[in-house]
Each structure stands twice: as structure tokens, then as C-alpha cells.
Design a protein around this ligand. Structure first.
Ligand SMILES: [Zn+2]
Length: 104
């Protein structure tokens, strides 16, 4: 006895099955903007967000010279959230240090 695709689709609809439950994705537009800042090493973006690289387990400032692959990057609003995610501070851009403005 086969229920058929119609029966399964109806069951999924009635139980409200939807894969988008836990990990709520951040706004894609904002992520695209942030990714552009990373690509252009936008120093103006420093302090506004941090990014983590899931493959290396580190997090960076937007201007870091490392060039991770887009699909391995996650964005964080605070460095704390990057740390909570289990990431370590990058040794090159030292995102755990306070950024000193007006000095280069
Ligand atoms: Zn870095």
C-alpha cells in the first residue's frame, strides 16, 4: 500500500515540517555586504563585525589579509559570540585586541 506523494506532502504541510528551525540564518543581504567588506579589506568595518572561518577554527577582523572561502565564513556581531562558537583569535589581525583608532 502506497500513500503517494500527495499524502506525504499533505502530512508535511499539516505538521508544519520545515527544515529552517534551529540555525536561523542571518540576513543574506547583510552577509553579502559584510563579505564585500572582507574582500575589500574595509578597515571601516573593523569593530562592526567579526568573521569566523569554520575550517580553521579562527576568527578575524574584516581587514585581515587571510582570504577564506566564502562558504567557510560565518559572521558575528561581537567577538564574544565568535568565542562562544569555539573560535580562536587570529594571530595576524588579533581580533581579541582593542583596535586603536587614529594610529597605523
Ligand atoms: Zn585574521
Amino acid at each position: 500500500m502506497e500513500i503517494g506523494w500527495r499524502g506525504r506532502a499533505l502530512a508535511a504541510h499539516m505538521t508544519g515540517q520545515d527544515e529552517r528551525c534551529d540555525m536561523v540564518p542571518q540576513q543574506p543581504e547583510q552577509d553579502a555586504e559584510r563579505w564585500q567588506a572582507v574582500l575589500s579589506r574595509d578597515r571601516g568595518a573593523n569593530g562592526r563585525f567579526w568573521y569566523g572561518v569554520v575550517t580553521t577554527g579562527i576568527y578575524c577582523r574584516p581587514h585581515c589579509p587571510s582570504r577564506p572561502r566564502r562558504e567557510n565564513v560565518r559572521f558575528f556581531n561581537t567577538r564574544e559570540s565568535a568565542r562562544v562558537a569555539g573560535l580562536r583569535a587570529c594571530k595576524r589581525c588579533q581580533p581579541d585586541k582593542e583596535h586603536v583608532h587614529g594610529k597605523s
